[in-house]
Ligand binder design. Sequence first.
Ligand code: NAI
Length: 245
Amino acid sequence: MSVKGKVALVTGAGTGIGKATTEYMRAAGAHVVAGLFTEAERSPTSSFPQRLLDVRLQADWDDAIAYCRGEFGGLDILVNNAGILIEGSVEETTDETWDLILDVNLKGLFRGCRSVIPEMRQRGGGVIVNVASIDALSGAIRHLAYSTSKGGVTALTRSLATDHAGDGIRVNAICPGTIETPMVEKMFQDSGDSVAAREISIAKHPLGRLGIAEEVASVIAFLCSSDASFVTGQSISVDGGRSIR
Ligand code: NAI
């Protein structure tokens, strides 16, 4: 798989799928810049650069891209991984919660794509991978705003891929099932019976278990690599078969 020597920026890289992706891509030979949401997520022993990047702030995007340009001469790959989950049905969702989820999960990603496209075009091409969700494809109980944001991610992915194929820029999304990360652990805890919630979730996956972050990272890395050179505009499920049920 070839991401060797490529410059990659990963958002939400302090934990979970983002952290696993930075480590996977680094091991595959990419120059990875980890975008962290908080100072507390910074690892003092990290073998790659870490930049604070709140995807809601255009200034943070400008700073991260300027860093990639200054350190590595540009940017080849963007992994839009940052995301938040706040559960709720339509009646439980306040305007503030709706706006926050859409701002991080969808508008944050839009800002990122808008920021990197000129850089990639200048280099003659690039790759964007957007992290959507199984919730973009099927209904999930009390995930109203989250599912809406992730459905938007898959639509945005197709639209971007269409607009920028001629620039040599491929854009794909991935739709993970339930993956063992801090986000999911919190969801189980919030249910009031984390053991039962985990069992219910496992039962939805034909492979009979939850996924781990590295199993998503490897698919992200594949989509970023030249091995996926004829793949664009797709939303690829990484879900233990959940979407075929
Ligand atoms: P996580 O909670 O470990 O990771 C999310 C990361 O995003 C955290 O590092 C967090 O600090 C960061 N973040 C939050 N707000 C941010 C902001 N405004 N700017 C920049 N970073 C911000 O959870 P996980 O599971 O690793 O999530 C990664 C992505 O995968 C998310 O987009 C999530 O929606 C998606 N996903 C996760 C699934 C799962 O089962 N874990 C299933 C489907 C999708």
